[in-house]
Ligand binder design. Sequence first.
Ligand code: CP3
Length: 343
Amino acid sequence: MARTKPLLRVLGGETLHPPPIWLMRQAGRYLPEYREVRAKAGSFLDLCFAPDLAAEVTLQPIRRYGLDAAILFSDILVVPHALGQEVAFREGEGPVLAPMRGVADVAMLDLGRVAERASPVFETVRRLAAALPEMVALIGFAGAPWTVATYMVEGGTSRDFQETKLWAFRDPEGFEILIDRLVEATILYLSAQIDAGAEIVQLFDTWAGVLPEAAFERWVIAPTQRIVAALHLRFPGLPIIGFPRGAGWLSERYFTATGVTALGLDTTVPLGEARDRLQRLGPVQGNLDPLLLVAGGQALAEATSAMLSALSGGPYIANLGHGIVPNTPPEHVAAFVERVRRG
Ligand code: CP3
């Protein structure tokens, strides 16, 4: 009988010792082998759209660390790009988009183009599904509508999300048209990844934590719930990991109301609350501070032990509370993985 991959077992509710481990942004600039491929690819988006190179950088951290999952190498901003918005990644500046400021801009987004414009990403997934070691799970992903909308409206990263929040507060019916379009694009985009061989999907809601309760309900919970319901209708039993970064007091509500299979915890979620209130509802994932991985040494060792002793008594996936940063020493990642493997 074929053995089941550890990550899938935990997502099915089992408790494993040691817990499976993967790391958000595990492929990236902290790895010299990534920088080498990245230099060959040209721009970052060129890399996302070159299936041979994208598959190669996805596999690099698997070879180096023997992690339990590979996460498709792509970006959450591939969806706005596929919808027809101009997206560029400038060196040292992050993403730059032609900002959208009203319903007239939404009309330019074309759902009909998404499958074709994102097709290289699905080809990457197909290659990965064929190339992965037997016990390594393949994770597909998308940004959640609220987070993707913030980049589309602000035109890039933001400190206060003024433009997006003011649009949502002043003209909720208009803003909802944008969110609806993103819900549909995300269902389409994730369904194609699953058809191509992704076994799990994660929804990154990086900026979920900036909204007051009512807006969180409407722009984070409701769209996520619709995506989860549509995917589960089409792919019964599909494991979906939700990562509502900064959700804080609203985490329990998010976990139960959206129907996600597992909850990704950010670095600020207290371990005791995670164990007593969230892990009771289902598997949890996280939440080491990525800067502890830069610091290494005693600080990393102590935090890892505390995290494991709090969470490994239930269904748990060891991970970070946000993505790896570029100045992370690769040997600190190795030490972290080894420590988790010792249980
Ligand atoms: O986890 C992985 O290894 C898979 C790949 C992945 C990337 N981005 C690659 C990437 C994933 C899952 C993402 C998600 C993503 N992208 C999020 C959500 C998670 C989070 O980190 O909050 C967000 C908000 C983005 C948008 C984005 N992409 C920004 C703000 C930036 C610039 C910041 C930076 O680190 O440069 C990117 C670029 C990006 N996405 C890089 C990588 C490896 C760096 C680009 C490069 O190599 O030059």
